[in-house]
Design a protein around this ligand. Sequence first.
Ligand SMILES: Nc1ncnc2c1ncn2[C@@H]1O[C@H](COP(=O)(O)OP(=O)(O)O)[C@@H](O)[C@H]1O
Ligand SMILES: [Mg+2]
Length: 276
Amino acid sequence: MAIQRVASKWAKTQVLLQNQQVSPYIPLTQKYTRATLGNMLENTPLVYIKPDRGTYGNGVMNVQRHGEPDAPAGEQPAECSPHTGVEYTLRYGIRSETYANLDALHQAIHRHTRGKFYIIQQGIVTLKYEERQFDLRILTQRTPYRNWETTGIIGRVAAKDMIITNYHGGGSVRLLNELLEGNVSPEEAPHLERKLYELGVATAQQLQTKFPGIKEIGLDVAIDEQLNPWILEVNTLPAIFPFKKFFKDKSIYRRIERYAINYGRLPGRSKRRGSY
Ligand SMILES: Nc1ncnc2c1ncn2[C@@H]1O[C@H](COP(=O)(O)OP(=O)(O)O)[C@@H](O)[C@H]1O
Ligand SMILES: [Mg+2]
């Protein structure tokens, strides 16, 4: 049977929210509209806006609110004008533009989205490595014993001043340990790592309830400054090559490859003549 792939970030998010073990790790996510833009920015100073079926970081934007949001109508102190001091910076690729009100901001976003299906998500202020934001890619695979196993985690560091960590957006790959050092105490690091491995497995199990043909997932997970992990998205066609090139310990990739061959993602190695 073909390996099932699910492109819609919205569909995957709805399934994950139904599981109590996973839902605490999902940032607030809504369909993008002018109204959800306003509501979200009232409650959180950073939001991400991304195409429902995007990949490689294409089309991803964020908005940073500067200053306190307007009080809801009717609760404004009389002497205070509605837009006192609030500004919004929209970032897209390496461009950044500032708007004085939500209508102007929405118009600018609309020039990119053109009314297509985008989601808006609470932005995570991630840990930094050399002043760059980073997140993690957790690879979880179906094993030949028909259970799920997290087989590798790599760190991905954004290029300077970029809002995405994707390789196609100039991001680079680092070892998890290297990224946690300086951010997490040596006592806490193993605890956090174990949590990430388990989060991969719980996420796969939950997705499988609605998408029974999935065999491998790649979670994009950000860690905030309080060391809470957040699932930014789950890929059902995760890249495998970064794991091949990256680890000195070749046994990690060999296992990833073995599982991937078993469920048919990678072609089997042709048997060498005469060998048993
Ligand atoms: N809610 C968020 N908070 C912080 N960073 C985010 C958020 N959503 C996305 N990002 C950044 O943008 C990148 C691309 O977003 P993602 O949802 O993974 O879309 P894609 O499918 O294009 O990879 C992420 O790897 C991360 O660096
Ligand atoms: Mg991604």
